[in-house]
Ligand binder design. Sequence first.
Ligand SMILES: Nc1ncnc2c1ncn2[C@@H]1O[C@H](COP(=O)(O)OP(=O)(O)O)[C@@H](O)[C@H]1O
Ligand SMILES: [Mg+2]
Length: 363
Amino acid sequence: MITREQVLEVLRDVEDPEIHKSIVELEMVKDIDIRGSHVSVEVLLTIRGCPLHTTIENAVREKLLALDGVETVDVKIGHMNDEERAKFTSKLRGRPEPQSVPPILAPDSGIQFIAVASGKGGVGKSTVTANLAKAMAAQGLRVGIIDADIYGFSIPGIFGVKTKRPTVIDDLIIPIEVAGVKLISMHFFVPDNSPVVWRGPMLGKMLRNFFGEVHWGDLDVVLLDLPPGTGDIAMDVHQLLPKSKEIIVTTPQAGASDVAVRAGVMGMRTNHEIIGVVENMSYLECGHCGERTYVFGRGGGERVASELRTELLAQIPLANMDEQATPLFEEGTRQAEVFHALAQKIVDKTGLGQAVAAESRTS
Ligand SMILES: Nc1ncnc2c1ncn2[C@@H]1O[C@H](COP(=O)(O)OP(=O)(O)O)[C@@H](O)[C@H]1O
Ligand SMILES: [Mg+2]
């Protein structure tokens, strides 16, 4: 005799492929009907035409057929009505009241925020954010990126997911996951190539949505790619951020380092603790003899670090972008090596090492 409980028990292992939670826990399984050795169930999906419905359907069928005594299975795919969907999204948010603090900003969330700032654009702030995130994910951390560079968003391009669009269930957004990193960016919410012309209040609202309306799930660390500079927009975004740590990116030349110091000072004014400085495009290394050419001069990173009374965490060599197809540096390159060392330093400095240890225990 097959019971309803047995059916639910085996289906507990089936996860929604986007939300990474059990379909039983999400109450997506309805209408369980058992007649002898025949079991039929209905699985309710959030939206009509969900492209992943066959993935779920097959997983459910497989699990049911593996159950002792089951010979035939009928899996129906249904869709939630408005009421069911509202219940579903509030369950995902974890808190029913819409005005409450978003789960990832809750003081007990245990998530570290690290903002990546620079005095000016073009120094490699986004490149550093993306490669650092990838290196941290490779260490076993659960990593998210908020592309807070509302006007100059480039994170989706770096990860090669420019044409993707996140799934939106009512007003809950599922971040795009790539290279073990969950990302969200303005890019996903503007029509192709149209410039973003939103001003103050809209901008703040959008950024707040990135915290509150995105289903981040469990994370250890969120990196924020801040707008460059020390102007109003950068200041607004700084102020919106929760208590965050901060990394300053600069290039080696004097002009870049002056303005990087100002960006660091601005971060401190908003109570961000500066973890250190990353100098990017530090030198070009000859692939044959290892000789270094200091294309943009030397000393910028050291200078910024000493003026902000912090340390120079890493010097990223210049890559030959003609040979290097992707700005996410591949394993085996000098750049990837330096980013792994940088990730390790940051993990040690911020106490994220405990999260790495916990994850390796559970997996
Ligand atoms: N270490 C590096 N070697 C070679 N090119 C780099 C390096 N870092 C960044 N770049 C390139 O420089 C440009 C600016 O980098 P980006 O990360 O977009 O800067 P920002 O976010 O500060 O504006 C991009 O085209 C990027 O591919
Ligand atoms: Mg950028």
